[in-house]
Design a protein around this ligand. Structure first.
Ligand SMILES: *Cc1c(COP(=O)(O)O)cnc(C)c1O
Length: 410
């Protein structure tokens, strides 16, 4: 079954109980069982079933299966936001004194969360430009995991997932990959050797910008050796699934970042059209980037451009798609603002992965409170505009972006 077909006929619907062709919303906190014995068995994980929606919910469970299947995972746990998913995924294994080796160009919320972890005695070692050799250099006997984004936002540097996974495994470490900007339509990191894949489902997976959510998908192969990961000891009976079992039983249940079934319903509707939207948005992004690159007054960064440093890797890894985000450098902040204010269709909003094109000046917004080093690592300069390309008619977008050639920029 090919991707777009699998999205719609992946085997989870129609609903077995009623034949409903869309995902039923189980808007309930708790679940009655036939007997006290049944409830005991479900609590002891000896019988499948639901007890309380902070721990699991049938609407959410169907969505988790759907994403896990699309990613070729062993299972998944959904959260109330991408940040809840990221923090749970990492805290599930790290302890005081541990270290994380991470790409230096991360989504702002993620780098802010990692600095917060420093307050809990966890050290983060940052690699620049996703260069594999630098990851190797930073490994110590305290390292617990490697953390990368498939395409760094807004730097747009591409991680070499297969090579990084190999290096991580040589050091008995798991590779964690945030694949929010690529979605399983462009790449399945688990198939390339990654061990944990995270998505903010608020972005392309939802597609309509109508809900916040996140998900962690876990692969089948990593062994999570007991000496290296003592926190997983209580879950040893789950074998290679012990990380997944602990993620739900401790991280979701104790920190409580569960998603609302209604938000999951909305996101699940969006998921149906993921292939169509990604195809169109990637095509639009390539056309816009090419168009802007022909204009010598603005510097364009997009992995789809042939002269881009990451082009060959992106082409190989993402099958001739290059994502929906591009950045433009105008030389000065005034010109960048002038461009933003001239746009007719692109909304000025701090989101990505919406069906609508969105544009923002990161230095004065998302990175307003970041240090100079953080901005440098993320590739954020004062003249930079980030564009998340939507699915509008390309001729209208080209018209809007022809303003990159206006007298304003001379
Ligand atoms: C938006 C985003 C997040 C955080 O997700 P929320 O749903 O906003 O909490 C994490 N990683 C990346 C790459 C993102 O774009």
């Amino acid at each position: 079954m090919n991707f777009a077909t699998e999205l719609l006929h992946g085997g989870l619907l129609p609903d077995k109980a009623t034949g409903a062709t869309t995902l039923p919303i189980y808007q309930t906190a708790a679940y009655n069982q036939d007997s006290a014995e049944d409830l005991e068995k479900i609590f002891a994980l000896r019988k499948p079933g639901f007890v309380y929606s902070r721990i699991s919910n049938p609407t959410t469970a169907t969505f988790e299966r759907r994403i896990s299947d699309l990613e070729r995972g062993a299972g998944a746990v959904a959260f109330s936001s991408g940040m809840a998913a990221i923090s749970a995924a990492i805290m599930n294994v790290v302890e005081v004194g541990d270290e994380i080796v991470s790409s230096g160009s991360l989504f702002g919320g993620t780098s802010s969360f990692l600095s917060e972890l420093e307050n809990f005695g966890i050290k983060i070692r940052y690699v620049t430009n996703n260069r594999v050799e630098n990851f190797a250099d930073l490994v110590t006997n305290k390292t617990k995991l490697f953390y990368v984004e498939t395409i760094g936002n807004p730097k747009l540097d591409v991680a070499d997932i297969a090579t990084l996974a190999e290096l991580a495994h040589e050091n008995n470490l798991p590779l964690f990959v945030d694949s929010t900007v690529t979605t399983p339509y462009l790449v399945r990191p688990l198939e390339l050797g990654a061990d944990v894949v995270i998505h903010s489902i608020s972005k392309m997976i939802n597609g309509g910008g109508n809900s916040i959510g996140g998900i962690v998908v876990v692969g089948k192969n990593f062994r999570w050796d007991m000496e290296k990961f003592p926190k997983l000891a209580d879950f040893d009976s789950f074998g290679t699934l012990k990380y997944l079992a602990r993620l739900r039983a401790k991280m979701l249940t104790n920190f409580g970042g569960c998603p609302s079934p209604f938000n999951i319903f909305l996101t699940n509707v969006g998921l149906d059209t993921l292939a169509l939207r990604m195809e169109r948005a990637c095509q639009n992004a390539l056309k816009l980037a090419t168009f802007c690159a022909e204009n010598k007054k603005v510097e364009v960064n997009y992995p789809g451009l042939k002269n881009n440093f990451y082009h060959a890797l992106a082409e190989k890894q993402f099958g001739n798609h290059f994502g929906t985000i591009l950045t433009l450098k105008f030389g000065t902040k005034e010109k960048a603002f002038g461009f933003l204010n001239s746009l007719r269709f692109a909304l000025k909003a701090s989101n990505i992965g919406d069906a609508r094109t969105l544009a923002i000046h990161p230095a004065s917004t998302i990175y307003l409170h970041s240090s100079e080093t953080e901005k440098l690592n993320a590739g954020v300069t004062d003249d930079l505009v980030r564009v998340s390309v939507g699915i509008e008619d390309i001729s209208d977008l080209l018209d809007d972006f022809s303003k990159t050639d206006s007298t304003l920029l001379k």
